[in-house]
Write a protein that binds this ligand. Structure first.
Ligand SMILES: N[C@@H](CCC(=O)N[C@@H](CS)C(=O)NCC(=O)O)C(=O)O
Length: 218
């Protein structure tokens, strides 16, 4: 059976978790505390960079969340989370990479602020600009008459962006200026896979100290 190493408050892990659920795969969830357990010898054999998520499928292990999503799609193609058309495939990939390379790094100052770690006003202004650029880009790609980025089909674009963007209101960034994004977030939240993987307030509270240590290092 597939083994999935994760922690509940990780967006990087949640996108894999949602995909496993959407594909209705059986898997064994292995909860990591990230309190030092990621440096244990056995775990370092799975991922020498000591990060979750990790997926183990028989004798094969894969880490890096986007690589895991590619593996799941290729090995377990039904239901598919990728479109067929060349432009659509490229758009899905572009959204995934914008989230990972542009959006996630831009939110670190917001995480610091949320943890009551001092952040310079200039840095916050830059953060808000970067986030506005990402939100504008996503908002333009969503259509009023389609539930998801690729129309009726839920794809990895929704999975990756839709497990990351909804944290913004918790970090003090309203989505009110982006009604299509707000509606899309609400729509995703109605899916079982989103409901099952939404961190509870208790899990968020318990994770705060770890997040604080992480943002202070970054
Ligand atoms: N690029 C990696 C990032 C993974 C990552 O940063 N995971 C964090 C949790 S969100 C982690 O395991 N941190 C523990 C550590 O670095 O020791 C991916 O997409 O899978």
């Amino acid at each position: 059976m597939l083994q999935f190493y994760y922690t509940p408050i990780s967006n990087n892990a949640r996108r894999v978790w949602v995909s496993l659920l959407e594909k209705q795969l059986e898997f064994e969830p292995i909860l990591m505390q990230l309190n030092g357990d990621q440096f244990q010898e056995d775990f370092l054999k799975l991922n020498p960079f000591h990060h979750i998520p990790v997926l183990v499928d028989d004798s094969f292990r894969v880490f890096e969340s986007l690589a895991i999503l590619d593996y799941l799609e290729a090995k377990y193609p039904s239901p598919s989370l990728l479109p067929m058309d060349a432009r659509d495939i490229a758009t899905v990939r572009m959204i995934e990479l914008v989230i990972v390379n542009e959006f996630q790094p831009a939110t670190i100052p917001l995480l610091r602020q949320w943890m009551e770690v001092p952040v310079e006003a200039k840095q916050l202004e830059k953060t808000h600009q970067q986030i506005a650029t990402v939100l504008g880009f996503l908002n333009d790609l969503l259509r009023e008459d389609s539930p998801y980025f690729m129309g009726e089909q839920l794809t990895l674009a929704d999975v990756v962006a839709g497990t990351t963007i909804p944290v913004l209101p918790m970090l003090g960034q309203s989505l009110a200026d982006y009604p299509k994004i707000e509606q899309w977030c609400d729509r995703l939240q109605q899916r079982d896979s989103w409901q099952q993987t939404t961190p509870t307030p208790e899990e968020i509270e318990a994770a705060k100290a770890k997040i604080k240590a992480m943002v202070q290092k970054s």
